[in-house]
Design a protein around this ligand. Structure first.
Ligand code: FES
Ligand code: FES
Length: 178
């Protein structure tokens, strides 16, 4: 195989399937940003040191600069573009905005993805769990106290939305049964 030979790969990202031809050395990060135009995932160090490129793969956070696209065939990948539902931001995104959980923004999508993955497993995390979660996401601007506040608020917003959703569901069922 020549050094520029490309391999077919099917990536499942944010619920959509994408068929690509990529070089075996293509990282998932470069496939997302350059082949698919999903530039919300940031490239900073490109060597697994900073966490800016964090995405969720099969429910776990991973550095996309350390994954080869060809190894991600048929794995469920979520990027920052997959969090909002229409015009409604994910509670984690909303909380980062409300708590000013960023300055330059380079680390932000990675931070948001890490907190999103945490809340998927621990909807009411302790501060210690939040701190441990974002240890793999470096913030050179030092926005950590606001990031912690944003993660706490995200948990509250998520719980509020769940209660609202359940009461709307009960109302709809009651109306349907009349
Ligand atoms: S860009 Fe992947 S860890 Fe820094
Ligand atoms: S907001 Fe600038 S690196 Fe975190």
């Amino acid at each position: 195989m020549g050094s520029h030979a490309r391999l077919p790969v099917t990536l499942s990202i944010n619920g959509s399937r994408y068929q690509l031809l990529v070089e075996p050395r293509r990282t998932l990060l470069d496939a997302l940003r350059h082949d698919l135009g999903l530039t919300g995932t940031k490239k900073v160090c490109d060597v697994g040191d900073c966490g800016a490129c964090t995405v969720i793969v099969d429910g776990r956070t991973m550095y996309s600069c350390l994954l080869l696209a060809v190894d991600c065939e048929d794995r469920a990948i979520t990027t920052i573009e997959g969090l909002a539902r229409g015009n409604e931001l994910d509670p984690v995104q909303e909380a980062f905005i409300r708590q000013d959980g960023f300055q330059c923004g380079y680390c932000t999508s990675g931070q948001v993805m890490s907190v999103r993955a945490l809340l998927d497993v621990h909807p009411e995390p302790t501060d210690e769990q939040i701190r441990r979660t974002v240890t793999g996401n470096l913030c050179r601007c030092g926005a950590y106290s606001n990031i912690l506040a944003a993660a706490r608020l995200a948990a509250d917003l998520q719980a509020e939305r769940r209660v609202t959703h359940q009461s709307e569901l009960r109302k709809t069922r009651a109306e349907d049964s009349r």
